[in-house]
Design a protein around this ligand. Structure first.
Ligand code: SF4
Length: 186
């Protein structure tokens, strides 16, 4: 049974599935270049790997981007800016962590200045393997993300809303009261 036969009696689900197909094929990414993994993005975007041929391209502002890339380790100070950036993005939105630093702190796992798990603070949809990830791994991750979006499985942004108190408590635990009293928040 294909998508068209499956949901003829469920208009909302049907159109949501159609929208997901198009969403997956047009991914505008905002790359927040915090770590060394960022150096593999230019070859991924330019002639040799040419990610744009697959409908993926860079975007300049959070409000117009679909995907936020965190390209490596995150200092506590930078985490604050990354949270603001993610919260400015329109839904549906997707978060991709680059390399082992976003997964478990990588070589900075015991540093006092760097967070060791991005998913404590924001909902990561997918990680790119490697230290640093090669363009092939980046392309593969984007194709996986496209498949997840098409199937309605890239739902980190919903998880963030549903579990906001948990994320916010983790954010405040690391960032302290400065975060709460920041000019961008209440
Ligand atoms: S995972 Fe490796 S390449 Fe990426 S930021 Fe960490 S140390 Fe750098």
């Amino acid at each position: 049974m294909n998508i068209f036969e499956e949901d003829l009696n469920d208009t909302i689900t049907f159109w949501e599935k159609i929208k997901n197909i198009f969403r997956g094929k047009s991914l505008w990414m905002l790359h927040y270049c915090t770590g060394c993994g960022a150096v593999e993005l230019p070859p991924t975007m330019t002639a040799r790997f040419d990610m744009e041929r697959l409908g993926m391209g860079p975007m300049a502002t959070p409000r117009q981007a679909d995907v936020l890339l965190i390209t490596g380790y995150l200092s506590v100070k930078t985490l604050r800016r990354v949270i603001y950036t993610y919260e400015q993005m329109m839904t549906p939105k997707y978060l991709v962590g680059f390399g082992s630093c976003t997964l478990n702190g990588g070589i900075y796992y015991d540093s006092y200045a760097v967070i060791d798990r991005l998913d404590y603070y924001l909902p990561v949809d997918l990680y790119v393997a490697g230290c640093m990830p090669r363009p092939e791994a980046i392309m593969n991750t984007f194709k996986t993300l496209e498949n997840m979006i098409t199937k309605g499985e890239a739902n980190g942004w919903k998880k963030y809303v549903e579990n906001y108190d948990w994320y916010r408590n983790n954010q405040i635990r690391s960032l302290g009261e400065v975060y709460v009293k920041d000019e961008f928040h209440e």
